[in-house]
Design a protein around this ligand. Structure first.
Ligand SMILES: Cc1ncc(COP(=O)(O)O)c(C=O)c1O
Ligand SMILES: N[C@@H](CCCC[NH3+])C(=O)O
Length: 427
């Protein structure tokens, strides 16, 4: 694999015109399993992790995987085996990370606003760091810390108010961003107030400007904002021990997409924070998408093919409930039939949900398919299962993990009886 690439093509390949995940024949797999389902490739995740580790080695960052990207506990345990911590945005994600054996000390709790319940859960479990996003949240943590007899380490998330080069729905910076505390509000006076709180230990700053970012300029300008705040506070009593740089590294969804330039990224960090790193301050990064996106596929079956007014429609037994990214962000996902032949056709490939935005691809040329054939939607690991829903009363689907040629189930689908069983029938 090209050291800088993290595309899926090394992990999902045709052999004798049948798509394989490593050495696993996906035609055989789909024929005997419960499609639709997701299938993730452990070898791919490990390789994508090495790309980050190798390129950022000189910085020795602590890597905290952003759990929201793909939150299955077996995936989190792969991250743990690689010595990564977890970036969580809810008590539920902290629960998952702990269940996956990630040490509490390696858990960072981020999020625009946190409930008392979640803060209490975090403090009771002695998590490593909370990235705070408002001054009122700091007071809340201090009060809960007092009640529990805990001193909580926090970092202040700095708001970046200039636009970031990515889809506007996945930017967490810009004028209308709800995330973080404005740099101008982080004054020496505020810092001394925080330092006087007995149940708070202010250990540094954090920033996260959005997701699927390729532009080094976006990182450069955000990290400069962070550095300027740190410089301005040089004479305060703050003892900076952690600089949390967030995640957001862009991945390839199609052949002609760019690749994230980790060397430029590394140089930017060294340029802006080199002196802090030299003096022993630890960096944290929080990659989510980059570690998993191209490790996974969504496997579905063709339920129906029809031609209507000259347009060919393929309808699959999965949909936007399983993979909402296309409907939400007009995202591109490659689609490959499991059995390939020499004929191609242009299809509108749709999900089975009763929404017109439920499609996988419009006018996409792929190898011709028939009813009953299996189809893979690629790059389906980041923000797919974790954002899926039971819309139209379709249960969440199974998840599988392949490692070399071995495949294991890592989540079972549920039965409709279980879903309806949560409801309370009031007549
Ligand atoms: C605070 C925080 N850190 C890390 C991430 C991970 O981002 P990505 O999956 O783009 O690396 C997110 C998601 O945007 C986030 O909100
Ligand atoms: N859900 C988004 C990423 C959001 C990242 C979290 N702030 C996506 O599918 O691309």
């Amino acid at each position: 694999m090209n050291n800088m690439e993290n595309f899926y093509t090394n992990y999902f390949k045709y052999k004798n015109n049948i798509l394989h995940a490593n050495d696993l024949n996906l035609q055989e797999f789909c024929s005997k399993t419960d499609t639709p389902c997701y299938l993730y490739n452990k070898n791919a995740i490990e390789d994508f992790a090495s790309i980050i580790q190798n390129n950022l080695k000189p910085l020795e960052p602590e890597i905290c995987y952003a759990v929201k990207a793909l939150s299955n506990i077996s995936i989190l345990n792969i991250m743990h085996q690689m010595n990564f911590g977890a970036d969580c945005v809810s008590g539920g994600e902290i629960f998952r990370a702990l269940k996956a054996k990630i040490p509490a000390s390696k858990i960072v709790f981020s999020g625009a606003a946190k409930s008392d319940y979640d803060i209490e859960f975090a403090l009771k479990n002695s998590i490593g760091q909370i990235n705070v996003e408002s001054f009122s949240e700091i007071e809340k943590i201090n009060n809960i810390g007092k009640k529990l007899g805990v001193v909580q380490k926090i970092a202040i998330r700095i708001r970046q108010n200039t636009a970031v080069n990515t889809h506007k729905f996945i930017a967490t910076a810009g004028q209308d961003s709800k995330f973080g505390i404005s740099a101008s509000d982080i004054t020496e006076h505020k810092i001394s107030q925080i330092l006087s709180m007995k149940n708070i230990d202010l250990i540094g700053f954090s920033i996260h400007i959005g997701s699927q970012i390729f532009s080094n300029e976006s990182y450069h300008s955000a990290y400069k904002v962070m550095r300027d705040v740190m410089d301005r506070l040089k004479n305060s009593a703050i003892n900076i021990r952690k600089i949390d740089l967030g995640g957001g590294f862009g991945v390839k969804y199609k052949e002609d997409d760019g690749i994230f330039d980790f060397i430029k990224y590394r140089d930017t960090i060294l340029e802006i924070f080199g002196d802090y790193i030299k003096s022993g301050v630890k960096l944290i990064i929080e990659p989510g998408r980059f570690l998993v996106a191209n490790s996974g596929i969504l496997l579905g079956k063709v339920l129906c093919i029809k031609e209507s007014d000259g347009e060919k429609f393929v309808i699959l037994d999965c949909g936007m409930n399983d993979l909402p990214r296309i409907a939400l962000y007009n995202a591109h996902h490659d689609i490959l039939p499991i059995k390939r032949n020499n004929e191609t056709e242009f299809y509108n490939i749709c999900g089975r949900i009763c929404e017109s935005s439920d499609f996988f691809a419009k006018h996409r040329q792929i190898s011709s398919i028939e009813v009953g054939d299996f189809v893979a939607t690629l790059s389906a690991a980041a923000y797919c299962s974790s954002m899926s829903s039971e819309y139209n009363s379709y249960p969440l689907i199974s998840e599988y993990l392949v490692s070399n040629a071995n495949v294991k189930k890592i989540r079972s689908s549920v039965k409709i009886e279980e879903i309806v069983g949560r409801e309370i029938f009031v007549e």
